[in-house]
Design a protein around this ligand. Structure first.
Ligand code: CA
Length: 256
């Protein structure tokens, strides 16, 4: 997951960056509104942490411009304690959640996880499909009920693929969402990592949860059991493949 941090207080920005990286997030960190606006528009951001009091362009203005230009990634705003008017203005400008300074890092992490999960259409903190369970709170994984030991980075790869279960994720997409601008990117590393992840998840090769699509990318092949936010235009009448049910399906093909 790629997090954009926009915060002008250097110690706070550096602390957020270091802690998020230690949790396996890719982090782009900037210190003013103009640069923040640019990063949000130009980079594949999964979520932004946005301070409201920023030099050059206020956080509220950054947020309004992102939203008016169609950027839909979740935004967590940082506000001063007691600044309830700022929080209202932020939420009305398109923020998804807020935190008052000073905050505790576990709360930042919990809110980020919830926002990213929700944005991908998952309600529960345990993401489960095809016998693989990924607990986004405890950050652990079980396959067929058996705990699987993953490194922080292997976990992030699986998390990204599972949050987008059933969807094709190109190597470029995966690289861009898992590595920030400062990272040394190498697609061979990604291939080795996915191969290791497959062995750990599926040592007997019976589930084959991660498909490779012609060497270009990957797909977690088990689709989500249900979706919390199916948009009307993604709903199609279930004709043909399951005539006996004759209900509506979401895009993953499951009858609701
Ligand atoms: Ca500030």
């Amino acid at each position: 997951m790629r997090v954009l941090v926009i915060e002008d207080e250097t110690p706070l920005r550096e602390q957020l960056t270091a802690q998020l990286r230690s949790e396996g997030y890719a982090v782009d960190a900037v210190s003013d509104g103009i640069e923040g606006l640019y990063f949000g528009n130009e980079y594949p951001v999964d979520i932004a942490i946005l301070d409201l009091g920023l030099p050059k362009l206020s956080g509220i203005e950054v947020l309004k411009r992102w939203r008016s230009e169609g950027r839909t990634f979740p935004v967590l705003i940082l506000t001063a304690r007691g600044g309830w008017q700022d929080r209202v203005a932020g939420l009305e400008a398109g923020a998804d959640d807020y935190l008052c300074k000073p905050f505790h890092m576990p709360e930042v992490l919990a809110r980020l996880r919830a926002l990213v999960r929700r944005a991908a259409g998952w309600a529960s903190s345990v993401v489960s499909a095809g016998g693989i369970e990924l607990d986004t709170s405890a950050q652990n994984v079980r396959a067929g009920g058996v705990p699987v030991e993953l490194t922080a980075f292997e976990y992030k790869v699986l998390e990204y693929l599972m949050l987008h279960a059933g969807e094709f994720v190109s190597k470029t997409d995966l690289t861009e969402h898992l590595y920030d601008e400062d990272a040394d990117r190498d697609s061979n590393v990604l291939e080795v990592l996915v191969a290791r992840l497959r062995r750990k998840l599926d040592p007997q090769r019976t589930l084959a949860p991660i498909e490779t699509l012609r060497g270009r990318g990957y797909r977690f092949r088990f689709e989500r059991p249900h979706s919390v936010s199916v948009k009307p235009h993604e709903t199609t009448l279930n004709v043909g493949n399951k005539p006996e049910q004759n209900g509506f399906t979401n895009r993953s093909g499951h009858t609701r």
